[in-house]
Design a protein around this ligand. Structure first.
Ligand SMILES: [Zn+2]
Length: 119
């Protein structure tokens, strides 16, 4: 049993989150319920601010990105399309090469009798 330093109630250890750096028992000093209450309170108190910041960041970034992207895209349209095509092709090729390798290794392991075992 352990006493929560926040609400002062004695509770079983399972009611406290584990944390290595928290002393010999390795548990935080606030019970899970208190931690949850604190988190909820913090979120509620800062909700508008957090959301507004998030929205502002997204909006600014989106517009900035769109502007530079559009300009860049129009200037290098052919080049980009070509590169994209090549990139996709390479990825597909790479994927199959990888699959082939995996299958080959599995086959060798099977022949040696290693299948399913860690080497
Ligand atoms: Zn508590």
């Amino acid at each position: 049993m352990k006493i929560c330093t926040k609400c002062g109630i004695e509770k079983p250890l399972t009611e406290f989150a584990k944390r290595k750096e928290c002393g010999p028992f390795g548990r935080v000093s606030h019970c899970k319920k208190c931690v949850n209450t604190y988190r909820a309170k913090y979120y509620k108190a800062n909700r508008e601010r957090l959301l507004a910041e998030n929205r502002k960041y997204c909006k600014e970034n989106r517009e900035k990105k769109r502007r530079t992207c559009k300009k860049f895209y129009e200037k290098h349209k052919d080049e980009i399309l070509k590169k994209q095509k090549e990139y996709c092709k390479n990825i597909q090729k790479g994927y199959w090469l990888q699959q082939e390798n995996i299958m080959r290794i599995q086959k060798i392991e099977k022949n040696r009798g290693f299948a399913g075992e860690k080497i």
